[in-house]
Ligand binder design. Structure first.
Ligand SMILES: Cc1ncc(COP(=O)(O)O)c(C=O)c1O
Length: 275
């Protein structure tokens, strides 16, 4: 798995007895795994690769053609490709205007994880799904039966309502709104002189580099919270590599709230620097 990445995914793998190897990623690979990183870190004990695209905490994706090459290589070794597509529908269309593609369009035996939490805005309703190769279905059914039996009826009914024309229109409108919020945040951070090494192309996160302030990301977040009452997440929550350098900002908030947050960070500028 890449570092940084969504922390629960690695804990889930550990809880099933896997030893998780985190592969450092940076701006040159959009903070995502790439073929050379995977190949360099592969050993004869490696059983699979897990990717979330777009990613939490960076909002960056692995382009479909690169993911396809990566999956081909991993598949050629008979290993698992597990792709967390929870933010897929909150990804930008490509240059031809096509919606982001699921990994299943080029790797039919990949394992896909998804959820109603993000695109459908059902965070907290605890409802998601997996797409698995046929040979895995009965094992997954047994796990599901023993781990949680079934999703609540209320959540299932709400999820069915997500597929109405009106709901899908609302979700699309929100995706477009996220684009406007992203622009506001990126422009605001640029004015404050806080770099975003890779602008996101999905999800609702921006990963900023606070090293120029002379503070660690932890100190930056603490001061932003205490001095400006702005809640940000330090890189440490998502791994080790660059953890002191980067901070995640979530723009899952209204335009007014985001504007206020940027203004407050600006007013607290001197507190957000070392010395
Ligand atoms: C990459 C990623 N995967 C999975 C999840 C889990 O979401 P949920 O448990 O709400 O379905 C999250 C939540 O933040 C996430 O960012």
């Amino acid at each position: 798995m890449g570092d940084p990445s969504y922390p629960c995914n690695r804990q889930l793998l550990s809880s099933f007895g896997a030893t998780v190897k985190l592969v450092p990623t940076g701006p040159s690979s959009r903070f995502q795994l790439d073929l050379s990183g995977v190949q360099k870190n592969w050993s004869d004990r490696t059983r699979g690769m897990m990717i979330a695209s777009p990613s939490n905490p960076t909002g960056t994706s692995v382009p479909a053609h690169e993911l396809s090459v990566l999956c081909d290589w991993v598949r050629s070794l008979g290993a698992w490709r597990v792709v967390d597509e929870i933010y897929l529908n909150l990804g930008d269309p490509d240059q031809q205007g096509r919606a982001p593609q699921t990994v299943l369009s080029f790797d039919r035996d990949a394992v896909v994880i998804n959820s109603f939490s993000k695109y459908f805005g059902m965070t907290g309703w605890r409802l998601g799904w997996c797409v698995v190769p046929p040979g895995m279905v009965s094992a997954i059914e047994r796990l599901a039966q023993n781990y949680y039996i079934c999703a609540s009826t209320v959540a299932q009914r709400a999820a069915l309502a997500c597929f109405s024309v009106a709901s899908l229109e609302a979700c699309e409108a929100r995706r477009i709104e996220f684009g406007r919020r992203r622009r506001l945040v990126l422009d605001g951070l640029a004015e404050l002189g806080i770099p975003v090494p890779v602008p996101p192309d999905g999800a609702f996160y921006v990963y900023l580099d606070v090293s120029g302030t002379g503070l660690t990301s932890w100190q930056f977040c603490e001061r932003a919270l205490v001095e400006a009452h702005v809640a940000l997440t330090p890189g440490k929550d998502f791994g080790n590599f660059g953890a002191d350098t980067y901070v995640r900002l979530s723009y899952a908030a209204s335009m007014a709230t985001l504007q206020e947050a940027i203004s407050r960070l600006g007013r607290a500028r001197s507190a957000l620097r070392a010395g």
